[in-house]
Structures are given as C-alpha cells and as structure tokens.
Design a protein. Structure first.
Length: 97
C-alpha cells in the first residue's frame, strides 16, 4: 500500500510499506495510551512492537501490545518521553511494516 504525505504544497513523497490505521482514543494507563482500532485486517498483524507516527509524521511512540476481540482489538502505545497526551478522539496514524 502506498501512502501519500504532503511535505509542502509543491512536493509529495510516496511511502511504501506503511500502514494507515484509524484509532479511537480511549484513555491512559500508568505508562501507556490505550486505543481501539476501527477496522482490523490481517495486514495489521505485523504492527506489534513497531513505531507509530502521527499524520504530521511525528514519532509518537511504540505499539507495545494488541489485545481484546479479534474484530476490533485494543492497542497499547508507549509514548516517547517528549510527547503529550493531546490526542483527538478519532485519529489516523501510520506504522511502517
């Protein structure tokens, strides 16, 4: 899957081996942020222990665990130390596989 990210108004870059995931923010635990994935497919099985990036291509953290029901599981993300907990309820993220 190719994902296009706008770098500026004039330039675009094609990123291959990236997966766009739509996550719903649920809350936080002691060291992790908990999300729920909207639509699960088999291509998401390889995102465990991978870095996760925002739509602005800022590294947010690392996917620590995937748990819960198979159809739309929960995802636990350990944030990088410099990131804040200012997530929108529903947001798109990117993971390089």
């Amino acid at each position: 899957m190719n994902i296009y990210i706008a770098l500026s108004n004039k330039y675009r870059i094609i990123l291959t081996n990236w997966v766009k995931i739509n996550l719903f923010y649920l809350g936080s635990s002691k060291k992790h942020e908990i999300f729920r994935i909207r639509k699960w497919t088999t291509k998401y099985e390889s995102i465990l222990k991978k870095a996760i990036f925002s739509e602005a291509y800022d590294k947010i953290g690392k996917i620590e665990d995937i748990f819960g029901p198979i159809t739309n599981p929960f995802i636990s993300v350990k944030l990088t130390p410099d990131k804040h907990r200012d997530f929108e309820l529903e947001q798109n993220f990117y993971v390089k596989i």
